[in-house]
Structures are given as C-alpha cells and as structure tokens.
Design a protein around this ligand. Structure first.
Ligand SMILES: C[S@@+](CC[C@H](N)C(=O)[O-])C[C@H]1O[C@@H](n2cnc3c(N)ncnc32)[C@H](O)[C@@H]1O
Length: 420
C-alpha cells in the first residue's frame, strides 16, 4: 500500500473541505459487511461551524455523527485500507477513487467532476427533514439510493412522506397523545407503506412510550413486501395484515389513518376509527364515486353542475364535507386542509378528526348532517351507514322536520367482524 497515495487522497479531502468544493465522500467495500457497510460523508454547517457529517450504515440502521474537519481526517486515515477498501471523493473540481488490494499497491483514479456546484450548506440546513434520506426503509422501497440521495423521479414522493410526518406531529399533540404513553397506529390501505414506515420510524424515534403499528392492505404482494422490509430494518413492532379494511379487526388504536384509500374504503377506515374510539383519525380521500350520481341540487347550483368538471368537484366537496359533518356528529372535532401542494399530487385534501372529550351538542350536529345531505339529495353514503345515521330518513323527514339521531358508534359500538 502506498502511503503517499493515501496522503494525496487525504490532501484532496482536506483541501475541498476547506475551500467549500467538497460534494461527497463515500467509503465502501467494507472488510466487515456485517458491521458497518458504508460511510457516507458530506459537508454540513451547524451553528456556524463547518463540519463533516459521517453516516455510518449498518445492515439495519444508520448512525450519523458530525466531526470538525481535522478530527474527520484522522478518522479517515484509520478507516482507509483497514476497514474500507474503496473510497470515492467527489468535488466540484473532479472525482478521485482510491482502491486498496491486499499485497498490491493502492490505486487512485481521477475523473471529471460530477457536479459543477458544491451544495449550499445554509440551504441544505434549511431543508432538514424529519425523515432523513438515509433511512434504510427509504432505500429498501426504492425512494433513495445507497448514499441517501433521492432517486430521480422519487422527489415528490420523498417530499410527500416528509410533509406527512410534519403534519402528523402537531395533530398528535392536539389529540392529547402523551409521548410517554404507548401508541398504536393503524394504516388502512397502506399500499407500499411509505407513510406507515415513515410514521413508525419517526414516532419510535421521538416518543418515549412504546410504538406499535399495523399496515392493512388487500394486496398480498404488498403485505409480504412490507413484512420483508420491516424485518430487514429491524422494525419488530411494525406488522402487516392482508385483508379488506371493512372486515379487518380493530379493537383499539391511538391513530387510524387511510391515505388515498379508494372511494368508500376511506369511509370504512373512518368507521373503524370511530368505532374503536381512536383519539386521532386521518384520511386523505381519493375517488368519490358513491355520491356523484345522487347529487340533485336546487337552482342556482343545478345549472352550473351540468358541466362534468363542476359536478366532479362538487361531488368531492359534498362527500368530504358530509364525512366531516358525520365525524363531528360522532364526537370528533374535524380539521380539513391541504397537506401537500397540488404540484405533487391532486389527492391532497386531508381530514383530521380529533376525538372530543365530551360528545357535545349531538342534536345540532345531527341536524347539520341531515340538512346538508338533504340539500344535496344524498340518501346513501357509506360512512353514514356504518355509523348508523339514516340519511334516507333525513332526506324525507316527517312533517318537514329533520329527525334527530344519536351516534350509534358512540353509544353502542358496532361489533367489529374478524378478518376471515
Ligand atoms: C393509492 S394506494 C395508497 C397507499 C398509501 N396509503 C399511500 O398513500 O401511499 C391505495 C391502497 O389501498 C389499498 N386498498 C384499497 N381499498 C382497500 C380495501 N378495501 N382494503 C384494503 N386495502 C385497500 C389498495 O390496494 C392500494 O394499495
């Protein structure tokens, strides 16, 4: 091994870290792949100090440590050729690849620059995200590459995942979910489970109470994939169940969520959340097919709603507004907002329902549901059915009165069928 070549490589690292041209430095070809597999190094600025951030990648977890440049160079000297047989340096001036082979001289191959500009550290810091790109499950699900960078085409998915976690945190506080208490999260229609993994990892890191999570998904292939990835990441308390939301068993949960579950699957998830008494329910509805054919509104709305696009948007509004009113009636406070800009996805509405301490004025809330449904001509809606709100009766009340109904789910929970 040529010490001069190693010195030359380390000089390049020192110089680029000092003059701000360092882009990244990756160590690979570990001689102990069961220990630390890689180290990903990049410049960071913390509290006005220029540091080098080392992400140590173990088989199931990442550990990040930041070092002043001199200390980082001492560490590198120890690691190069001893623990890692490959080092790749990228600066705005060019690349340098250093390889070690037992009994053969060290080689350093120089190449053209990968990028013309060094990362803007201030900007980078401003964009610190709750779900770091280095999370192992992001890599397993194909969102990020081995060095933690987001893969081309996955940028909006990465932003959506982070935005979801940002939105979740204050809602947990609003729902009075004490961080020291155990928390069980159920994700209905979890799909590839990006958001299930994000929530599980973030909650496990930020809460002191035990965190458990279950993803429910009708497609067995995705369930199996979720189990494999959870196993590889060492997420022992993250489970996946195959089955339909409507027939899944849910005895109790702290958070029930259903993001982009199709059409009335959203209602089934909302009903499960209410019936289990979950303190927090989150849905982001998708496809609104049930209500649209029923819409009959008086003038002056009827005219414009002959246009297909207005009718579609109005059906979305009427469905989600009715859902929010039903949740209010069932003892929840609701918040409705866009959780990510439409630039990332059209399906961006979120309904957050936080269980109230007391049911409140159930009669007034029942009237609000009934009047809204009657105005729109809605006589059938899955959440209303599941919660025992008779919309048909509300549509044609006796003697012009809107009947007052009591939430069945609150007074007499509907028994949950077990997954067959
Ligand atoms: C559009 S994907 C969304 C996945 C995930 N929630 C997300 O937002 O990234 C909807 C998922 O819900 C699942 N799904 C739809 N209806 C379901 C039902 N009734 N029971 C269980 N899973 C369902 C689909 O198979 C699909 O994987």
């Amino acid at each position: 091994m040529s010490a001069k070549t190693v010195d030359d490589f380390l000089d390049r690292v020192r110089q680029s870290a000092g003059d701000g041209t360092l882009v990244r430095l990756n160590l690979g070809a570990s001689i102990q792949p069961d220990g630390i597999r890689n180290v990903f190094i990049r410049p960071v600025r913390l509290k006005d100090s220029a540091l080098l951030s080392f992400v140590y990648r173990h088989p199931t977890r990442d550990v990040t440590k930041n070092f002043p440049p001199d200390e980082a160079l001492d560490l590198l000297r120890d690691l190069l050729g001893r623990q890692f047989l490959n080092a790749f340096l990228s600066t705005t001036a060019g690349t340098a690849q250093l390889t070690f082979r037992k009994g053969r001289p060290t080689r350093m191959v120089l190449g053209k620059a990968e990028v013309a500009e060094a990362p803007d550290l201030a900007h980078d810091r401003a964009k610190e995200r709750p779900v770091p790109g280095t999370s192992a499950w992001l890599r397993e699900l194909g969102v990020t590459a081995a060095d933690g960078s987001v893969k081309a085409g996955m940028e909006s998915k990465f932003r959506q995942i982070n935005r979801f976690v940002e939105v979740l945190q204050p809602l947990l506080v609003a729902a009075r979910l004490d961080p020291s208490e155990p928390l069980h999260l159920v994700d209905m229609g979890c799909g590839k489970a990006y958001l299930t993994f994000a929530a599980y990892e973030h909650l496990s890191k930020t809460r002191t109470g035990a965190v458990t999570a279950t993803g429910v998904e009708v497609r067995p292939g995705l369930v199996e994939q979720g189990r494999v990835v959870a196993g590889r990441c060492g997420f022992a308390q993250l489970k996946f169940e195959a089955g339909d939301i409507a027939s899944s068993r849910l005895d109790s949960a702290s958070v029930v969520m259903a993001l982009h579950a199709c059409d009335t699957a959203t209602d089934e998830a909302l009903a499960k959340g209410v019936q289990s008494g979950a303190p927090l329910i989150l849905v982001s509805p998708c496809c609104h097919r049930e209500v649209r054919p029923q819409l009959t509104v008086p003038e002056p709305l009827a005219g414009p709603l002959r246009h297909g696009i207005f009718r579609e948007r109005h059906a979305e509004f009427a469905t989600d507004a009715l859902r929010a009113l039903l949740l209010e009636w069932a003892g929840y406070e609701t918040r409705v907002f866009e959780f990510i800009s439409t630039e990332h996805t059209g399906k961006n509405l979120m309904i957050a329902a936080i269980r109230r301490k007391t049911p409140g004025d159930t009669e007034a809330r029942a009237r609000a549901v009934a009047e809204f449904a009657r105005f729109h001509g809605i006589v059938r809606q899955r959440l209303a059915e599941r919660l025992g709100f008779d919309l048909m009766h509300a549509a044609a009340p006796a003697q012009g009165q809107v009947p007052v109904q009591t939430p069945a789910a609150v007074q007499d929970p509907i028994p949950n069928p077990t997954v067959p």
